[in-house]
Ligand binder design. Structure first.
Ligand code: HEM
Length: 255
């Protein structure tokens, strides 16, 4: 057999491995390095560290509350986009479009209730997550900045709830937002101006509905997404989740 035939045969045999190497360029030698490389080189997995402290894996420490808040936020984004296909932000049509969604659209009532209950749950879970962070002392240095980011996230969550409340345009929504924006008017000095800016006028009407709609479906979700990104990035930069000092003896586990 000639040398050239041999090298062609060898190249064909090596083809699957060459293709694999061209996609995953890992030269890692040990199984542990290979596991770490799989995390580093994958755009979705690299959000998570390759190694974490064992305390981080204890469900009893975080109670999974931060992640639960995040998953509820994702459900709200998904169901919110679907609700937008049916909702019309007009004082004439808003109430009717919500009733149509409930009574004329297949699974519309499930969709609306998933959006509503996930919103209530997200507020409750975010508050419980904040209590867990406080109880475990995770607000202390070096995590104080992430605590502030968390407070902003809670504020945005509450604002999302408040702006969403007006959208069905029923009696409950109308009067709740009338009372809420009247309270805003009591801010010393700026109150009246902020109320006017929020409502686009002096009373709760079409302009207020449109402003609350834009805040609810564009502005606040974008702010929340940006803050969640900073919140998660910051956890990595602060050296992972907090842990009791006596567990710091280098106990890490590949995730
Ligand atoms: C509203 C949306 C929020 C989301 C989606 C969220 C998400 C998360 C996630 C996934 C973690 C990882 C640990 C865990 O699951 O507990 C975390 C940690 C943390 N969160 Fe939040 N969070 C939110 C609100 C808050 C609030 C309101 C605060 C406090 C005011 C806060 C402060 C912190 C701090 C300081 C950590 C680090 C905890 C540690 O190192 O033990 N977060 N957050």
């Amino acid at each position: 057999m000639s040398a050239s035939t041999y090298s062609l045969k060898e190249s064909i045999k090596q083809l699957p491995r060459s293709i694999k190497r061209s996609v995953w360029r890992s030269e890692a030698a040990t199984p542990e390095q290979r596991r770490a490389a799989a995390v580093f080189e994958n755009v979705f997995l690299h959000v998570h560290p390759a190694r974490v402290h064992v305390n981080t894996l204890r469900t009893g420490y975080t109670l999974g509350l931060g992640l639960a808040a995040f998953y509820l936020f994702l459900i709200l984004l998904g169901t919110g986009i679907l609700v937008m296909f049916y909702y019309t932000p007009s004082t004439q049509l808003a109430y009717r479009s919500m009733k149509d969604l409930e009574y004329a659209v297949s699974f519309g009532v499930v969709l609306r209730n998933m959006h509503r209950w996930s919103a209530h749950a997200m507020v409750a879970v975010a508050v419980l997550h904040m209590c867990r962070v406080f109880y475990t002392g995770a607000y202390k240095a070096p995590r104080e900045f992430n605590w502030v980011v968390g407070v902003c996230l809670l504020l945005v969550t509450l604002l999302l709830s408040f702006t969403g409340y007006l959208l069905p345009w029923d009696q409950l929504a109308f009067w709740a937002v009338t009372v809420g924006t009247n309270i805003v008017a009591y801010i010393p000095g700026l109150g009246e101006k902020v109320r006017f800016l929020l409502l686009g006028g002096n009373e709760v009407g079409q302009m207020a509905l449109l402003r609350f709609y834009v805040l609810h479906v564009v502005v606040l979700p974008l702010v929340a997404l940006a803050l969640v990104g900073v919140h998660f990035w910051r956890i990595r930069k602060d050296g992972g989740l907090s842990r009791p000092p006596q567990t710091d003896a280098g106990a890490t586990r590949a995730s």
